[in-house]
Design a binder for this molecule. Structure first.
Ligand code: ANZ
Ligand code: ZN
Length: 836
């Protein structure tokens, strides 16, 4: 048998061209086959593909190819999340145009993806930065506006006075702009909002139906939505303040009402604004952080307004009213009553300002109360010191107080959410223009749908900070669509999360004249398997779910959940290296613990996610050129469970390459003109069918590493087997089993073996269920009732054969000291008991 080497470079190029020319992976809307939608999160075109992409797309690819082989019409598309800040940063730093920079990157990355042989439907490729995508997004925005799901509101933003732009919270580091380093100011700007809060309950209850989502992601979304049920009620004030003679508060613990010792309002509450003496304190509060986490850790500070609030159940009981830095204006109603004994924040506050700590929930019984001395207790228990609530448990007491408040007309049961409406305005050039015109006479006027898309002007400059749309000489000046008078365009663009909130629908259906066709989109949706990084667990996945619910609400689509299956894959990691003088070194600057350039010893750092900052990245393209696409794909699937991190290693990729070559040598035996084996090999038949079934189940479960392990085992079994007709079948079947993973090798072998058509189009091998049954049994050998040895025998052996095998056991011979047993009891297929 000749041993040729599999020439991956040649095979990769050849088969990629064949698939491309034949549009093998173009999904047909009307094939009549059952449909399957497999999607990986589309990439941001940052420049080059990284190993994380390779791993993500390989996983989706295996599933897509597998489902095609199982007779499904598979939609497996690819596109580009192409708007965003990095393009503008490149424009500022390198003087290139964001559009040119982005489109160049797309071209590079597309070539890199093609080089990996992914079974993608390139006929549906889209880039969110092109008017034929974002124009339809503008239409959807207007549709939402028409249905009251979009509104405009003045709201505070982080303003970078040097870059003259609004910053996202993540872009503010220690109070300074992440790029400019300038002290960030709070500014009030008119901003557009999408009413995601209108869907808070639907987004929450929808999570229950998402059984094929990781539990952890569902929990993260649940917490983000943050539903709280309680009571909103009003305290009468001793004097009116800020035009109010009452202060409204929200509580989730109405049961603790008799433990109250103060009322507190947020620094930007109207009551706080009404007190001139509080101005300095209020100013100070505003400088502190405002995120929930920051508020949790900050020192609790308050300002006594001198006002008092009357307890709703006791007119003689007056509570001091404070302004406090731990009360948020945009949660609940921006005011609370404090119960130091049962809320940790209130506890710290009370300690600082000498307020009473009244314990009203006991962990013990009513008569033998048990309390915590040095901290607040927020768990369940029995009500004490609480008049008509005494003896009730917490839940009953909550209900009782709500009932009395509603009966008395001073409060009502209510639900609040942590979720805020989605502010989508960005003072940026490289995004979807918000299709609105501002007219002095008519106010806010939507751009008429027949005038869409509102196209971004190309002639912009980035030599001065700020939004180039704002200072463009002509772009923003338009005639008002209503009155024809001089008007200006909205110069804000949409948050790029809007672009990724519906791209999966556009993939499914892309008519020219509207965002998508309802029936066609519904024939593909929801995405059955979505694969991406866990970093998108909240924002992207929540926005996409909201957008789908909103489209459903306005009658544009029948589905309510976009992704029924979600998988979050682990990261690709690599060792880190540091030079003797503390510089990060790239893997190719190091050999055998030595920095190649200067021969000095390096220090080995931790294994971490591949990142440019630590220089521990490996560029996929170089590796693919060296080992071929299949070896890279195989390595991505083999070593780690897909949800765990995959440590990249030279030895790992080499091992994958060797296995690809080993498969080739196995396959060669089947190439045309080779002599066929004869006769059956029952054990190999069984192994083969168990592998077919096992690999199929593993791929469906995305347990690729397990599928790989089973393929290794089968390859071993085939290599050990004698020539036979069974062996020939096993080798040909193995080509099919590995086709989703190493498709170039599989095509090459299939063609050389005279297989019909493309292996990509071939059917997944059928399983003979009879061969799945295990036919070996383990039989226990006992001597005087004690387990001494076990036998592995084929099923259904005669009593005599089992007895003979048991007596031949070395262990048994030793224990019986060569003598014959007095008695032998055989339970076929189960056990042998020897009585000595
Ligand atoms: C009295 C009370 C007693 C409270 C007690 C808690 C424990 P979650 O579960 O997160 O919704 N709260 C209400 N509005 C607030 C605001 N704008 N800023 C800061 N805190 C606010 O929390 C609800 C609880 O957080 C409410 O119930 C209120 O304090 C506080 F033993 O009322 B509670
Ligand atoms: Zn007008």
């Amino acid at each position: 048998m000749s041993n040729t080497r599999f020439n991956a470079l040649k095979a990769d190029a050849h088969w990629q061209k064949v698939w491309d020319d034949a549009e093998t992976f173009a999904a047909r809307d009307d094939s009549g086959k059952p449909k399957s939608y497999v999607l990986e999160m589309f990439p941001y075109p940052s420049g080059r593909i990284h190993m994380g992409h390779v791993r993500n797309y390989t996983m989706g690819d295996v599933l897509a190819r597998f489902r095609r082989m199982n007779g499904m019409e598979v939609l497996h598309p690819m596109g580009w999340d192409a708007f965003g800040m990095p393009a503008e940063n490149a424009a500022m730093e390198k003087g290139v145009h964001p559009g040119g920079w982005t489109r160049d990157n797309i071209a590079t990355m597309k070539a890199q993806l093609k080089r990996l042989g992914f079974a993608l439907d390139w006929t549906r490729e889209l880039a969110t930065c092109e008017p034929d995508y974002y124009g339809h997004e503008q239409a959807l925005f207007l549709k939402f506006l028409e249905h009251g799901l979009v509104y405009r509101k003045e709201s505070a933003v982080n303003w970078d006075p040097v870059d003259m732009t609004v910053l996202a919270n993540e872009q503010v580091i220690d109070g300074r702009g992440w790029r400019s380093g300038a002290l960030v100011e709070k500014r009030k700007l008119n901003q557009w909002f999408l009413k995601i809060t209108a869907f808070a309950d639907d987004l929450l209850s929808g999570l229950k139906s998402l059984e094929h989502w990781p539990e952890k992601v569902r929990l993260m979304q649940e917490n983000w939505i943050g539903k709280s049920q309680g009571l909103t009620f009003r305290f009468a004030l001793s004097a009116s303040a800020g035009g109010m003679d009452k202060v409204e508060v929200f509580t989730t613990r109405p049961d603790t009402i008799f433990g109250a010792s103060f009322v507190a309002v947020a620094a930007d509450h109207p009551i706080a604004a009404a007190s001139p003496e509080a101005a300095t304190f209020v100013e100070r509060c505003k400088q502190g952080g405002t995120t929930a986490a920051e508020l949790e850790t900050q020192e609790k500070l308050g300002f006594d307004t001198g006002l008092t609030a009357t307890h709703p159940f006791d007119p003689a009981w007056k509570l001091p009213v404070y302004i406090a830095n731990f009360v948020l204006m945009d949660y609940g109603v921006g005011a609370v009553f404090g119960v130091p004994a049962h809320d940790q924040r209130d506890f710290e506050f009370a300690r600082k300002y000498g307020l009473p700590i009244r314990r009203v929930v006991s962990e013990g019984s009513k008569d033998a109360p048990e309390f915590h001395e040095d901290e607040a207790y927020s768990g369940p228990g029995t009500l004490v010191n609480s008049h008509f609530l005494d003896g009730m448990d917490v839940e009953d007491a909550k209900r009782e107080v709500i009932t009395r408040a509603e009966a008395g007309g001073w409060g009502e049961g209510s639900t609040v959410y942590r979720l805020r409406d989605w502010g989508v305005s960005r003072q940026r050039y490289w995004g979807t223009p918000i299709p609105i015109i501002h007219c002095d006479a008519c106010g806010v006027v939507p751009v008429p749908v027949d005038q869409l898309p509102v196209v971004l002007p190309e002639d912009v400059s980035f030599d001065v900070p700020g939004n180039p749309l704002d200072r463009h000489p002509t772009w923003k000046h338009v005639a008002c669509p209503k009155c024809g008078g001089a008007a200006v365009r909205e110069t804000d663009t949409l948050d790029t999360f809007a672009d990724s909130s519906w791209y999966f629908i556009r993939f499914a259906s892309q008519p020219k004249d509207r965002p998508f066709d309802k029936a066609v989109a519904e024939s593909w949706l929801p995405v059955g398997q979505y694969i991406g990084g866990v970093e998108h667990a909240i924002l992207h996945l929540l926005y996409a779910r909201f957008w789908t619910q909103a489209l459903n609400h306005v009658g544009m689509i029948g589905v309510t959940e976009p992704f029924t299956g979600l998988f979050t894959q682990g990261m690709v990691t690599h060792e880190t290296y540091k030079s003797a003088d503390g510089r990060w070194l790239a893997p190719d600057e190091v050999r055998d613990g030595i920095e190649i350039a200067n021969g000095q010893l390096i220090t080995l750092g931790r294994v971490e996610k591949m990142s440019k900052s630590k220089k521990n990245t490996v560029d996929p393209t170089g590796i693919v050129d060296q080992y071929g696409a299949d070896a890279v794909r195989w390595f991505m699937l083999s070593d780690s469970p897909p949800e765990r991190d995959l440590p990249w290693s030279e030895s790992g990729i080499e091992g994958a390459w060797r296995f690809v070559q080993r498969l080739w040598r196995l396959f060669e035996g089947q190439f045309e003109g080779r002599r066929a084996g004869e006769g059956a090999d029952a054990a190999l038949d069984r192994k083969l069918h168990q592998t077919i079934a096992g690999v199929a189940a593993d791929i469906e479960a995305l347990s690729f590493n397990k599928a790989v392990a089973k393929i290794y085992e089968l390859a071993n079994a085939i290599e050990k087997a004698q020539p036979s007709a069974s062996r020939d079948v096993a080798v040909r079947t193995l080509m099919l089993l590995v086709a989703p993973m190493v498709p170039h090798l599989a095509e090459e072998a299939w063609a050389a073996a005279g297989g019909e058509g493309l292996i990509a189009d071939a059917a997944w091998p059928a399983v003979d269920p009879a061969l799945l049954v295990e036919d070996e049994v383990t039989i226990a050998i006992q001597v005087n009732g004690k387990l001494r040895d076990t036998l592995t025998l084929s099923k259904g052996q005669s009593k005599e054969a089992i007895e003979a095998a048991a007596l031949a056991s070395d262990k048994v011979i030793r224990i019986l000291e060569g003598k014959a047993p007095k008695k032998v009891i055989v339970v076929p297929d189960r056990l042998v008991n020897l009585v000595a």
